[in-house]
Design a protein around this ligand. Sequence first.
Ligand code: ARG
Length: 457
Amino acid sequence: MSKPWSGRFSEETDEFVEEFTESISFDKELAPEDIKQNIAHVKTLFKAGVITEEERDKLIEGLESIRKELKEGKVSWKRELEDVHMNIEALLTKKLGKVGGKLHTGRSRNDQVTTDERLFLKKEIREILNLLKRLRVSLIKLAESSLDILLPAYTHLQRAQPIRLSHYFLAYREMFLKDSERFSDAYRRFDELTLGSGAVAGVDFPLDRFFTASELGFNKLTRNSMYATADRDFIAEFLFCCATAGMHLSRLSEDLILWASEEFNYVELPDKLCTGSSIMPQKKNPDVLELIRGKTGRLYGNLINLLTLLKALPMAYNRDLQEDKEPAFDSLRTLKGSLVGMIKVLEGLEVKPQSMRKNAGNFVLITDVANYLAQKGMPFREAHEVAGKIVAYLIEKGKRLEDMSLEEFKAFSELFDEGVLELLKPEKIADRRKTFGGTSKDEVLRIIETAKREEGI
Ligand code: ARG
């Protein structure tokens, strides 16, 4: 089959080269955007007086019928035609004859491909934002139902201080909120029309780029044709956003995997999301969570892949840039899958309040014993020392903090009184953390209300 660029060539393309250089096997995913872009371009060509009204209508009609065939799965792609752009143009020419050849006037695949990609990523980001929101809503619901469940917060994976479980879920909600902000911010930045930049230097037909932008729903225009055709930072940013969201999902997965273990026994994962072992009958494996954690590697890899592709790439377009698509497609598929998986896990999560509470006492409460002395006037460093001695004493006695008598306390400091015995309950201690963003009940409730308002639920 002759190529759209065959004019200057006297030899057929080598079979291997055809296979090595094609992108249709993956960029066919951009076909809906390519058709959309073609239609806008045809309208712009008409507006510029480059094609007649009749030609415009014919071209649009032809493109609409390709769109329909695409939806019906009737389009067959040809590897010899390299990529989605040349395939669609060839389909159009086959339908319409010579006039199809007017489609590519005033355009290059270099500005065409990034227009498709920007349109495509805008659509995908909207989907990802929806999923992130659903995930946050699941976290807020869990926060609402777990207000009175106390557990130790961990630092260094050692029991640290008592918190309300709601506080934990809301922590992840904050992270996923920032992820949405990051995606929206990237979206705003790359919401620019590149079409009308030509191969590298701009276009010598009087194309009204503002018109094309409004036809395609772009907010702005790129301001430099070299930048427009050479830039893939917008994909790198997208991949960074995916990698960060994936990292958050991975951390949450890790917590839940630990919590579902017999050692923690804090949560029960829904059976339908776990798998068994072919050899050990007792096993209930948290595979969905493990794979969410594992797939984060791909998300990082795709980001590094693209950054490496861009490094030292001379201005402006180079064919290397064709390699930008697979990492982007892979990351968005991976992230969307992981988000759906995590939403399902959270919706089916069963919390075990007793096991959590069991671990929320004893030394988890000791920081507040030191604080208690500090509030009575002892310098905090000294109070810390006294509390440390109490820990050593209890370890030696094999006793829990809650079982200490007032006399025992008094032996460590005269500043202790009845109040210290009152203090030694996880909820009491959690509720003392009244600072903005702390784990006291009032503060957690306030944040739940704020979160619901922000999500519109
Ligand atoms: N398939 C190509 C890509 O994805 C389209 C642009 C081709 N441009 C060119 N000058 N060969 O980058």
